[in-house]
Design a protein around this ligand. Structure first.
Ligand SMILES: C[S@@+](CC[C@H](N)C(=O)[O-])C[C@H]1O[C@@H](n2cnc3c(N)ncnc32)[C@H](O)[C@@H]1O
Length: 216
């Protein structure tokens, strides 16, 4: 499935952002980057999915497809969708696995049928999305009671404040954990858990938070 013309709202300059990820795609899979920054939240998401016994899963903002491919291999669900707006990131994802359904669409307009999945997950991508539009889309494609699990940086952390200069807010915005709760609840979800991502070593530069909810 590939990107189509859509009227769904997006964050400002999102096309430029996702085009930028086309260029960054090659550097993205460097093992040390993955191990330090991205692997721990992915482990947390796999654990959440495992304990929920879900069968149809969408990873939104899947990047080069590491998490979506792990979900497919480790959990063997009926179907995994790996969705991303960047063609370059998805090119690497496609080379990684032919068992995942790679979807070149925006989070705000995924193009999947209503109730198509029983879990939506997203790691380190939500800050690029138009939050209300993306959450409405996650609600639409999830079945009743479906699982939502999102990891993003906590902007209250001293280091993370550097990531959120005012002039950048339209391009990428990191809601605080409280703001995330409000956004998720306003979209029709019930929060079940929210906490810092567990990391084997202290990682002061990656202060990320996991928010888990169920679709009402
Ligand atoms: C930092 S990468 C995270 C990739 C992956 N989730 C991970 O944890 O390794 C952010 C990804 O979000 C994607 N992205 C940005 N805006 C998007 C949007 N509106 N819809 C879908 N994907 C988007 C980018 O193309 C990029 O691949």
């Amino acid at each position: 499935m590939s990107a189509a013309m859509s009227h769904a709202p997006t964050r400002a300059f999102n096309s430029l952002v996702t085009h930028g990820w086309n260029r960054l795609a090659r550097a993205y899979d460097i093992p040390v980057v993955q191990r330090v920054a991205y692997r721990p939240p992915q482990d947390e998401i796999i654990a959440q999915l495992r304990q929920s016994d879900v069968r149809q899963i969408a990873d939104v903002g899947c990047g080069t497809g590491i998490l979506a491919s792990r979900i497919q291999q480790d959990l063997k669900p009926d179907v995994v969708y790996g969705c991303d707006a960047s063609v370059g990131m998805l090119r690497q994802a496609k080379a990684r696995s032919s068992s995942v359904n790679w979807v070149n669409r925006r989070a705000e307009d995924l193009g999947l049928p209503d109730g198509a999945v029983d879990a939506v997950v997203s790691t380190h991508a939500f800050h690029f999305f138009d939050h209300p539009a993306a959450l409405a889309e996650f609600h639409r494609i999830l079945s009743l009671g479906g699982l939502l699990a999102i990891v993003l940086i906590n902007p209250r952390h001293r280091f993370a404040q550097l990531l959120q200069p005012t002039s950048m807010q339209n391009v990428a915005y990191f809601p605080s954990p409280d703001a995330m709760r409000s956004l998720v609840e306003a979209a029709g979800f019930r929060i079940t858990e929210q906490r810092a991502v567990r990391r084997p070593l202290p990682a002061p530069f990656v202060p990320d938070v996991l928010t888990v909810a169920r679709r009402g």
